[in-house]
Design a binder for this molecule. Sequence first.
Ligand code: NAD
Ligand code: DAU
Length: 351
Amino acid sequence: MILITGGAGFIGSNFVLDWLAQSDERIVNLDKLTYAGNLHNLSSLSKDPRHIFVQGDIGDTKLVSQILAQYQPRAIINLAAESHVDRSIHGPEDFIQTNILGTFRLLEAVRAYWNELESITQQNFRFLHISTDEVYGSLTQNVPAFTEEHRYKPNSPYSASKASSDHLVRAYHHTYGLPVLTTNCSNNYGPFQFPEKLIPLIIVNALAGKSLPVYGDGQQIRDWLFVTDHCSAIRRVLEAGIPGETYNIGGWNEKPNIEIIQTICTLLEESFPSSTFHKLITYVKDRPGHDRRYAINATKIERELNWRPAESFETGIRKTIQWYLNNQKWIANIQTGAYREWIEKNYSRLR
Ligand code: NAD
Ligand code: DAU
């Protein structure tokens, strides 16, 4: 069996659903259920004995040690994190607690468990840490995309906390021999993404007739990957990655934000021909320290592990919009008081 952390979040719930669609290997899912965790995402598994959910914190050493002793996982996939850059600007504390201290405590519990395993089980064990391209900092136009050799230069409290966790993971391999793998992925999009992030926020606001906020000049570039392609890359790295190595994951899909927003408006207008969503586009004050461009060179994972994305941006964005159109109840369920407070806090500052 495997242990996943953060498996009720956006990428985590897609991963759990994908994993159990393709394998009967059981998953223990440890998630604190912060505002970003949502067990409704996994409601189709509520009676499935292959999925065991435990609510808790990766920083709770006693709980993590109990889970490891009870379930004896052969691998751990660490997705649990505070993940939203804007929230890290408003309040970095939770990012330090979970992304840095939480990862450290998780590593300590895992090291103690791993030390006691038999030699062959120890060799086959894997700790797969899921990280981000943001640790590399910002690129200017026309310079090559990030390779695994690119120096770390994180610019936000979020990316600095992820960089810190990557360094800890690396050190546990170098110092203690823990068989770790790290992946650094570009921007994901797809079903179950919380509508604080660009693509779902634009879809949800457009459907509600609200303004579509573009930070700064809208020319910042992100490299977009459909979430199930990220899941297939994680599975592949777990299966064939070499301990101690890092793998960049990306979709070769660099796009400026304004183009993403306009594409969503155009596709929504196909579904609602009498509406003009473009007129809702509103330029607002920029994000402080906003990174200009991210781009992933995914040659290593393609060449060494033979992984490639299945979706293009054109197919992925259509699937994503359709999912949000089909799941308006899901949207309504997460628009709680806490969500409304966040929107008020972030976007009143930006206007
Ligand atoms: P998310 O915010 O949607 O989900 C995070 C999950 O972690 C939530 O379910 C939350 O409840 C849980 N969590 C938070 N703190 C926890 C703690 N202390 N203990 C246990 N669980 C905790 O995030 P996501 O977008 O699914 O990202 C998952 C991971 O992938 C993160 O590590 C993120 O840095 C990384 N990543 C995300 C993207 C992206 O575009 N979304 C791209 C590259 C890497
Ligand atoms: O690159 C990987 C990272 O991608 C992940 O590590 C993070 O967890 C994930 O949140 C994401 O970070 P970004 O900051 O790139 O994603 P976000 O969706 O917040 O913003 C995407 C771009 O859109 C960014 O340039 C900011 C801009 N933006 C965002 C919002 C929410 C807007 O213009 N308007 C908005 O309202």
